[in-house]
Write a protein of this length. Structure first.
Lengths: 115, 114
């Protein structure tokens, strides 16, 4: 079946603009995660969604970052008033459920460049 | 909360040589441990995972890893590296009862010399 997909694959924007990144998880996966991968860094957890529960937003770096998940499926990560330090690869992952032993399946990422 | 350390940022090995990538974790209970590989421009792919039982786990692409509780380690090994193994490798630790259930290491970049 189809894996996790993300769009766009690349996004170049000007400082101060808003951007939206999209993630389509694997069908039937109830948990969805967003990570940020900066150059030379590991994966930085941003936010996760589990079913209809309130999302865990503890990893969002500032109030310019927000995410939503509509209908328990597609998720959108929004970055407002982008800054150059927001440049990174944003990875989305999904898993069958939220538990430490559930494999996360990753999308190819969106590479965001803020000029 | 759990945490992961990958001490080696970059490793270079010759094709055909053996490989060991180090991973140390911190967690108060039995962890769930994973190794992922990320090829250039790709997402992360699971190589192998450890939940319980046999401490030596086999994964895809000829990789294996050994869980050593006494050393809080989960090192990844391959007896003979292929040029196609050049990639970034991430160790991760999960915890069943932690809602933020996965922590990743900073990664180790593997270069394979011909």
């Amino acid at each position: 079946g189809a894996g996790v997909s993300q769009s766009p694959s690349n996004k170049v924007t000007e400082k101060g603009k808003d951007v939206e990144l999209r993630c389509d998880p694997i069908s039937g996966h109830t948990a969805l995660y967003w990570y940020r991968q900066s150059l030379g860094q590991g994966l930085e957890f941003l936010i996760y969604f589990q079913g209809n529960s309130a999302p865990d937003k503890s990893g969002l770096p500032s109030d310019r970052f927000s995410a939503e998940r509509t209908g328990g499926s597609v998720s959108t990560l929004t970055i407002q008033r982008t800054q150059q330090e927001d440049s990174a690869v944003y990875l989305c992952a999904s898993s069958f459920r939220l538990a430490g032993n559930n494999e996360q399946f990753f999308g190819p990422g969106t590479r965001l460049t803020v000029l | 909360a759990q945490s992961v350390t990958q001490p080696d940022i970059h490793i270079t090995v010759s094709e055909g040589a053996s490989l060991e990538l180090r991973c140390n974790y911190s967690y108060g209970a039995t962890p769930y441990l994973f190794w992922y590989v990320q090829s250039p421009g790709q997402g992360l792919q699971l190589l192998l995972k450890y939940f319980s039982g046999d401490t030596l786990v086999q994964g895809i692409k000829g990789f294996e890893a050994e869980f050593k509780r006494s050393q809080s380690s989960f090192n990844l090994r391959k007896p003979s590296v292929h040029w196609s193994d050049a990639a970034e490798y991430f160790c991760a630790v999960g915890a069943l009862y932690n809602n933020n259930d996965m922590r990743f290491g900073a990664g180790t970049r593997l270069t394979v010399k011909p």
